[in-house]
Structure formats: structure tokens, C-alpha cells
Design a protein around this ligand. Structure first.
Ligand code: FE2
Length: 305
């Protein structure tokens, strides 16, 4: 058993524990699933993997889905209903379930339809009230979609919350994520067992938000094709090209609230080595535009946060 790594954040002591394996999907309520499905196909490169009970499932790679659209005809804007994270095996799932229970969080069943796409699992809520689903045996397709323009995978959600400290403690100490980096006491980048620099990130906000969901494209060229498609089809570029100090990924963000949170398309998100995954001590970086985008030249060189 490796030594525990001391991490920052109030109450975040990170005993060495197994966390989720990977971020797998967002379940999103939208007014028009057909229109939203079209958006995710055209602009993100996803492929429809199935339809059931009015829901539309879309995938990036082999996993059954990474976006699940649920019809809510009355919805004025989209709303994320749940986030799903896979877990390596039954033992790790039981450990996480035990920690959730011990920490006083409710444990409930998975969404009934999600039960059909995995082996076992449960749902809980984080301190923001967001539903988190954890499961083993997420079903896959034998092959990835036969599309040239598509992501390799969904990478992370980015949450904002006014309950930053307790939410950070929940994801570190209860869920079992590990801290890769912090920006002061305002943002945290947390990794899971797939060793991506972050499979979940969060920031201190005035109110709860899912700030964005990130997908990794096949290459820088594919990511730039996504940017060109967005511009051509007049999708709002919520934030343009950035080089992130944490994951060192290059990315832009597009925005259409009818279909979901902002969508980040990136290239080159760092994957830690097994050794670094065990031993990395998170940096605590200064609050500065140059730590949001290392291409920025000066402390006041950012205007669209
Ligand atoms: Fe991101």
C-alpha cells in the first residue's frame, strides 16, 4: 500500500483509497431530444447508440453512452440530471458504498434504465444535491463508431458550487478521487483511476452550476475542425482557445443552453503514469489568467471568464 499523499483543501486528507475509474456520462433533460441529438452528432461527433422510452443515448467510443438525453417538454433550458462514473470492480464499488454510508449520505438505486446497461451500482447525491451514479460492468460495443470526426472519450465535468469545501471533501474522502492540482482555494482538479489529470473539476461559485463537460478529440486537427464547424454553424464560442496549466490540454468551449452545459473539446489531456498516480503531490497554483491559460501574457490578460 502506497503512502497517503497529503492534499490541500479543508478536511481533505486522502487516505489511500480506490475511487471511481472514469467519468462515463451525463444525463441531461432537454426540451427536444431530437434537436439535441443532432447537436451532439454534428458538433461533438457522437453517434446514436440507442433509443429507449423516449431517451436518446449517444456514444463517443466503445462505452454504451456518454450523453443520455431525457425529454422534458416544459424545460426552458437544459438541465443535468445525473453524472455517471464507472468503478473497476465489485470490491471497489463496495468500498465506495461503505464510505458513502459512513459519511451519512443516502444510497439509492441506479436509474432504472441505467441498470440495464451495467452489472451493479448505486446512486447518491453530492453536497450540491447533484445525483452521482456509480457502477461496474458498463456495457460496451465491440467497435467504436465508424465516424472520422468524433471524440475518443468524454473526460470530465466541471462543477461550480457555493459549497466548495464540503463538496471537495466529499469527492476526495468519500468518493476517493485524488487531487492533481489546485488553483489556490478556489478550484480543484481531481483524478480517478483512469489516471487522466482530472476526471472531475470544481470551482468555488456563488451558486451551483455545471460549468462544462469536456470531450477529448482524436487530435489537435480534429479539435480545430470542431471549432470551425461551430463557427460555421454559428454556435457560440463560450471561451476560445486555451492551453490549460493543469492538464496541458488545448481546448475551446462552445455553448448552447438548449442542449446542455458548455462543451469543451480538447486535445492532449495529460494521463499520469502509474507511478505519478500513486505519488503525485498536487500543486497549489496562484489565481492568475496565466494558470487558466498558459498562453496568456499578463495578469490582466483574460476577459471572458
Ligand atoms: Fe475542462
Amino acid at each position: 500500500m502506497a503512502q497517503a499523499v497529503r492534499v490541500g483543501g479543508k478536511g481533505a486528507t486522502a487516505a489511500w483509497k480506490r475511487g471511481p475509474y472514469a467519468f462515463e456520462y451525463a444525463r441531461i433533460a432537454v426540451a427536444d431530444p431530437a434537436a439535441s441529438s443532432e447537436f451532439y452528432q454534428r458538433h461533438v461527433g457522437l453517434d446514436v447508440s440507442g433509443r429507449k422510452d423516449g431517451r436518446v443515448y449517444l456514444r463517443a467510443g466503445n462505452e454504451h453512452h456518454c450523453i443520455e438525453l431525457v425529454k422534458d417538454a416544459a424545460a426552458k433550458t437544459s438541465k443535468v440530471l445525473a453524472l455517471g462514473f464507472s468503478v473497476d470492480d465489485d470490491e471497489a464499488l463496495a468500498e465506495i458504498r461503505d464510505r458513502v454510508t459512513a459519511a451519512g449520505h443516502a444510497v439509492g438505486p441506479l436509474d432504472p434504465l441505467q441498470k440495464g446497461f451495467c452489472s451493479d451500482g448505486f446512486a447518491t447525491k453530492d453536497p450540491t444535491g447533484l445525483t452521482i451514479e456509480l457502477f461496474t460492468g458498463f456495457q460496451v460495443f465491440a467497435e467504436a463508431p465508424m465516424l472520422e470526426y468524433r471524440p475518443t472519450c468524454i473526460v470530465h465535468p466541471f462543477l461550480g458550487t457555493e459549497k466548495y469545501d464540503e463538496t471537495l471533501t466529499f469527492y476526495l474522502d468519500v468518493m476517493g478521487f485524488r487531487a492533481s492540482d489546485y488553483i489556490a482555494n478556489a478550484s480543484a482538479f481531481l483524478r480517478s483511476e483512469n489516471r487522466f489529470h482530472h476526471s472531475l473539476a470544481m470551482r468555488r461559485s456563488k451558486a451551483f452550476e455545471i460549468a462544462h463537460i469536456c470531450f477529448q478529440m482524436k487530435s489537435f486537427d480534429h479539435m480545430m475542425r470542431g471549432r470551425a464547424k461551430a463557427i460555421y454553424h454559428k454556435v457560440k464560442i463560450g471561451a476560445d482557445m486555451a492551453n490549460h496549466s493543469g492538464s496541458r490540454s488545448l481546448a475551446f468551449y462552445m455553448e448552447d443552453e438548449a442542449h446542455g452545459p458548455k462543451i469543451e473539446l480538447c486535445d492532449g489531456h495529460e494521463i499520469l503514469s502509474p507511478e505519478d498516480h500513486e505519488r503525485r503531490k498536487p500543486r497549489i497554483m496562484a489565481i492568475d489568467p496565466r494558470n487558466i491559460d498558459v498562453w496568456r501574457a499578463a495578469e490582466d490578460d483574460w476577459h471572458d471568464l
